[in-house]
Design a protein. Structure first.
Lengths: 343, 343
DNA sequence: TTGTAAGCGTTATCAA
DNA sequence: TTGATAACGCTTACAA
């Protein structure tokens, strides 16, 4: 038999639908003990639970939160997803996931689809390049929280790693380990805010440290997904050239790039740590087992997701505040790839 | 301003709501050219799109498919998710994801929540241990497709890797490479169907090959997440003991276990391939870069997800057929970890 | 404190 | 071919 409706419960308990609805929404506030008990009994014998679609239609609120991620296969996104999910669940919301599959042109579609399903707000881990779809929905009164990636045209709560600090931490670690010719490797920076921030923080670190640390020098390199392998290999060889007697060290801006660097070093027969130092953003379960162990900067991904969701839920509860910016610190995980010579 | 409703469109076009609805659902089948044009114009000027909640309420169908995964942080689940998503999108369905976070007791909650949102069917990548919640919903007429994990009490379409074949492939590869003392390492097998299938396929392979291959011997080991590190280390040392002069080789049943094995070997100072051969289920982006490269058995994850979704959608379209079982072949990715001595 | 009735945005049934 | 009108399952004035 089909799901029980509020009418079934009302009939079973010998009361009106309104009474059942009151029991559900205001619990015992307005109800006689006896009636409440009868309703409760009816609900449990019919194992009734309200139809959220109908509720959404009537209330205009769906208890749904839209989560749009640029790419679910990015472990970072998944980690954020998990954190957000937990927070949403606790607050009685359900996450609706829309994965862009790295096609940023679909962002508008995602937001419109989710809007159609009456999501009450958005958590976005996207580029924001699809004609300000997010901005629009913010104007329509749906709160938005940005995670990890800023939208340049948008004022909204923003939750992210403290990139500047993390870069400084990674670079300083390399320097303290003895590496002097630094290279920052990232995917193409263009319009992707964390990449921009990391790159410029890297440059800032260099110009700040040139005075105090002798022989320190650095440069940056952008590696594309579909480039010929030789490009990155060349860059590494140049790096060793310019290093001369000094030790070269690489700071890579995410796990994918880190793997590309490792691959290139493998091709060239270069040893991690010994020939070139390496520190990479994003600590993964496999980081300890690549080569002598990869030194990484771990992001508090769970917290990022949780806090993003909490921010959104606060807004949904009516919190009025100028857009907040919440930056969380990363944690350095030193391993063999940033140790100059084998023990 | 708020979303346009069908009433707004009707007013704008100077027709009734029914006419607009007809335009939407039966297109031009029943409509005068002129009227159709007016409705079309009104729809586009108001940029109207129907409210799926209202549609769901009225039709009893939501265009939603529920996907329940045991653990999103498992890359396998994510890959399936991506495949399923693509297929659903093409068929005009939206996926609602529910992540169990490895707590199989929440499966019932997941199914009930999704049912409340009127999902039309389920794709389950779960244990099915939560009191046959899935079975129930199947009885309520919601089609279910199982991916990777069987529910012993359930007859439903099932999509999975051909585990028996994959195990044979992995074991044979080790044997052909010269390893003779084989160990199958998996997480606790209890009631997790792919683990059971892989383990028993391993044992079957052994008993079938003992006759033809001299000196071949094998055993199995179950490694728990929270066990002391020493347990697995011991197992490896035992393995080398019993191997004697022969080469020991390990077949590990998923990526997590593979990393545990690698960790244990690292602790013991054993070299991958040279001291112990290793082939692991699940090919990951990092597999090539751990040690001399990890030999793996790649699953066609995208296909698994896509086919699962397609099966479900066929059922939703009314296909009546006894439960199907669709097994896809894995692919061996040989790398350094199954090469006995360094080149 | 409880019930009646209207309405959320659709679709489906009936007349016209 | 088109238009009223009644549902779908729920919430919420307003009445009682």
């Amino acid at each position: 038999m089909a799901r029980a409706t509020i009418a079934d419960v009302a009939r079973q308990a010998g009361v009106s639908k309104a009474t059942v609805s009151r029991f559900l929404n205001h619990r015992d506030k307005l109800l006689t003990k006896g009636i409440a008990a009868r309703v409760e009994a009816a609900i449990s014998t019919l194992s009734y639970s309200p139809n959220p679609m109908a509720q959404a239609l009537k209330r205009g609120r769906s208890r749904l939160i839209g989560l749009v991620v640029a790419d679910v296969s990015n472990p970072f996104s998944v980690a954020v997803l998990r954190g957000a999910e937990k927070a949403c669940q606790q607050a009685g919301y359900l996450l609706m996931l829309f994965n862009l599959g790295n096609d940023s042109r679909r962002e508008r579609e995602a937001i419109e689809t989710l809007t159609a399903y009456q999501v009450e707000g958005f958590i976005l881990n996207t580029l924001g390049q699809d004609g300000g779809a997010a901005v629009e929905s913010a104007r329509h009164g749906k709160p938005v929280v940005l995670v990890d990636r800023r939208h340049h045209d948008m004022r909204a709560d923003f939750v992210s790693l403290d990139n500047a600090d993390a870069v400084r931490m990674g670079a300083r670690h390399l320097v303290e380990a003895g590496y002097r010719e630094l290279l920052f490797v990232s995917e193409p920076v263009k319009d992707v805010s964390p990449r921009e921030e990391r790159k410029s923080a890297f440059c800032r670190y260099l110009s700040e440290s040139e005075n105090t640390i002798t022989n320190l020098h650095g440069s940056t390199f952008e590696s594309m997904a579909d480039e010929p392998e030789a490009r990155l290999s060349n860059a590494l060889q140049c790096l060793r050239q310019s290093a001369g007697e000094r030790l070269p060290g690489i700071l890579s801006s995410n796990a994918v790039v880190t793997l590309r660097v490792v691959a290139a070093m493998t091709r060239l027969g270069l040893r991690l740590g010994t020939d070139i130092g390496l520190v990479g953003f994003d600590d993964t379960e496999w980081s300890p087992y690549v080569g002598p162990g990869l030194s990484t900067i771990a992001q508090p991904t769970d917290d990022l997701g949780r806090i993003a969701a909490d921010c959104l839920i606060e807004r949904l509860k009516g919190l009025e505040l100028p857009p907040r910016q919440i930056l969380l610190s990363g944690r350095l995980m030193p391993r063999g790839s940033s140790v100059p010579s084998p023990a």
